[in-house]
Design a protein around this ligand. Structure first.
Ligand SMILES: *Cc1c(COP(=O)(O)O)cnc(C)c1O
Length: 699
């Protein structure tokens, strides 16, 4: 593995890199948004694909610069490379890495975590706030926290705490289990431990007692009922807590999590409730404990204007709380800092129209303005950025097991004695040209419909029907090839691309590894990690291993829009084909479920070293035995049951002894093995375009 390790001053480089990104953002906003794909923004196709394919074309096609910079790019060999320290350090070849892991029996599907990317994200966030604080001459400081719910994996949280130490980066807990993680893991003096979520007495007491251990734990009141709980616990324990209040803002969030804000939000106190809480705390002699205001208007906020509105409202609430006599010290702006999944730098749901520096600038500037006007000291600023910290560090690698690639075989000519529909369809096939392809499409579908009904009445043989379906598929393929060249495709042909797409069977459970693609239509960038110097001539959708028709991915990033297909390479016999799903380090792992009993995938942690890289941890994925345990099967019982069944079968002479032994051996070995497929060889099924495409084209 080759590692390039330039000698640089990391902080200077970080500054330069952020500036770089900023100027690129400015430059990009002047460019037309649809330049980097074979489709134009209205989903139509552009003229002819070139015969020679360059890695630059792959970079454009998969938009890797948009969503991947500064961590991911493509090298001259056509492999994706990872530069975990951004443009401040070395890079490694992702395909080579996957191969060398494979040689160590660490198979796909595989989640690779780059701890250096995590470190870089923390550095960047802190550098952006430091820059904003300097720029606006803000007299307070920034102390971020990582919301544990975003990714609770131990190695990651431990890394995060370690990397965050120079910035006193803390943790946010949203539940009792997360609180227990945070108290045990956070060992940075002065870092904040923000205690959010629903609370019972145990939660409140544990949080308060953790102050005695030296933690700066701040209990954020999220429900009116929690006020009394906190007062009682404080009196009983004789501990003066640090309290916060989460306010329901009227400024609306937008997008998927838009209703995290507003009067109907699940968490937080309405303004009347805030006023009541302040009076309760005053009466209990705890008003001085109230030091923090918190809000959270949802995740993945794509428009900076929404963030600004929320900041303005929250800053005023902060000022008013101080006027009511609270000892205000902290303003916690929650999460919401977005990730540019589609690389469009727009306010589309999978993107964001601002960068991290813009965000930090707005937080600092808005809060300062409100405080200066009210003649108040400015607060310590807290953000609970989860997605923006954790997304980039992990890459999911999946291998393709096979595909239903269409092969362009010309259909067999019709003969005089063939059925009329066959002859008509063949004639249609031959006649297709740019002037009539839309009409031909309707004719072909009509012929096929007629054939299905004739077949139902017994007037067509199975072989005849097969030929008709094949011919219809050939027509559709020919029509699609023409439609792709046409700038002005009719509506009824728009989804032909989707219908004709090849299916790529991936060694993956969407429900386990990318649940949000299924649950909330989240987009993640997906692309091959090799062969990027070859033209991807196939157009496919991905299907997974589960027996669930929802186990598929058929929406892909595309400028501000989405596209129904992904450009992929034809499979080569006995050569693995690897796809990467990027930016999926936030929320996916713990949300993943055991549908069809596909368990956790293998996980490796990679650290960059001056010599190359180090496999810091390997967390083997679930074995079948483990997932069966989750649903209460005891493997010894299962094996014993198979042994008994074998004995009975042996007595009845239904099975031979060697067969019985082979069965038992396979059964036991399978129990100890990965839940995904490991012993498959890629081999494209030899199908004619016709038979295959037709059922898809007309289903
Ligand atoms: C989920 C959540 C976050 C994290 O939000 P991101 O958009 O991932 O940064 C922060 N704070 C609270 C209260 C949350 O519920």
């Amino acid at each position: 593995m080759e590692i390039n390790q330039p000698q640089t001053n990391p902080l200077e480089q970080l500054e330069a890199s952020i500036q770089n990104q900023e100027s690129r953002l400015a430059a990009d906003s002047r460019l037309p948004k649809s330049e980097n794909s074979p489709f134009t923004s209205n989903g139509k196709t552009q003229p002819a694909l070139q015969t020679v394919w360059s890695v630059e074309e792959s970079e454009k096609l998969y938009r890797i610069r948009g969503w991947g910079e500064p961590y991911f790019s493509v090298n001259a060999a056509g492999h994706v490379t990872v530069a975990p320290k951004g443009d401040r350090g070395g890079s490694l070849d992702l395909y080579d890495l996957v191969q060398s892991l494979q040689q160590r029996d660490i198979h796909a599907p595989l989640l690779i975590r780059f701890s250096d990317i995590l470190a870089d994200r923390i550095e960047r966030l802190n550098a952006c706030f430091a820059k904003a604080i300097a720029r606006y001459n803000y007299s307070g400081r920034y102390k971020g926290v990582f919301p544990v719910k975003c990714n609770q994996q131990r190695h990651l949280v431990e890394d995060l705490v370690r990397f965050g130490q120079p910035h006193q980066f803390g943790l946010e807990a949203g539940s009792k289990p997360e609180l227990l993680i945070a108290i045990a893991t956070l060992n940075t003096p002065g870092a904040l431990l923000i205690c959010n979520g629903y609370k019972d007495l145990d939660y409140v007491e544990t949080a308060m007692l953790s102050q005695r251990l030296g933690h700066q734990s701040i209990l954020v009141i999220e429900q009116p009922e929690e006020v009394n709980l906190v007062i009682e616990a404080s009196h009983a324990l004789q501990i003066q807590p640090i309290l916060g209040i989460r306010a329901k803002l009227s400024a609306k969030g937008i997008g998927r999590w838009g209703n995290s804000a507003g009067d109907r939000a699940k968490f937080g106190l309405t303004i009347p409730e805030v006023v009541v809480a302040v009076e309760q705390l005053r009466e209990a002699g705890l008003l001085a404990a109230l030091q923090l205001l918190h809000f959270h208007i949802g995740s993945q906020i794509s428009a900076i204007s929404v963030i600004k509105d929320a900041l303005r409202e929250a800053s005023q609430i902060y000022v008013e709380l101080a006027r009511l006599g609270a000892n205000m010290q902290f303003l916690d702006v929650g999460g919401g800092l977005g990730v540019d999944y589609d690389g469009s730098k727009s306010n589309s749901a999978a993107s964001k129209n601002y960068n991290m520096q813009n965000y930090a600038n707005d937080v600092v500037a808005e809060v300062k303005e409100a405080c200066v006007e009210a003649n108040l000291p400015v607060p310590t600023l807290i953000s609970e950025s989860g997605r923006a910290i954790a997304s980039h560090q992990s890459v999911l690698i999946m291998n393709v097991l096979g595909s239903s690639e269409a092969q362009d075989l010309a259909p067999e000519p019709a003969q005089a004695e063939d059925h009329l529909i066959i002859r008509n369809l063949y004639e249609t096939y031959q006649s297709i040209d740019p002037s009539n392809y839309q009409e031909a499409y309707h004719d072909a579908l009509q012929f096929k419909e007629e054939a299905v009904s004739l077949f139902g009445f017994g007037y067509l043989s199975l072989k005849e029907r097969a030929r008709i379906e094949g011919l219809c598929g050939a027509c559709c393929a020919k029509i699609l090839a023409i439609a792709r060249q046409d700038d002005d495709v009719a509506d009824d042909l728009e989804d032909l691309e989707r219908r004709m797409a090849s299916l790529y069977y991936t060694n993956l459970s969407v429900f386990q590894s990318a649940p949000d693609t299924w649950a909330i239509d989240q987009l993640f960038p997906i692309m091959p990690i090799h062969r990027l110097n070859e033209e991807p001539t196939q157009r496919g959708t991905l299907v997974d291993l589960t027996c669930d028709s929802d186990g598929k991915i058929n929406r892909f990033i595309h400028s501000r829009d989405t596209k129904p297909i992904l450009e992929l390479h034809p499979l080569k016999p006995n050569e693995p084909y690897y796809l990467g799903m990027f930016l999926n380090g936030a929320y996916q792992e713990v949300m993943g479920n055991l549908h069809n009993l596909f368990g956790d995938t293998n996980v490796v942690h990679i650290d960059l070293t001056p010599m190359g890289y180090d496999i810091a941890h390997v967390v083997k994925g679930d074995t079948i035995q483990e997932v069966l345990g989750y649903v209460q099967y005891d493997t010894d019982d299962l094996i014993e049951e198979i042994r008994k069944q074998s004995e009975v079968a042996l007595q009845k002479q239904q099975i031979t002894l060697p067969e019985a032994q082979l069965l038992l051996k396979n059964y036991e070995r399978s129990l100890r093995s990965y839940t995904y497929l490991t012993s498959v060889r890629v081999k494209p099924e030899a199908k004619t375009s016709t038979a295959n495409s037709l059922s898809q084209a007309t289903s």
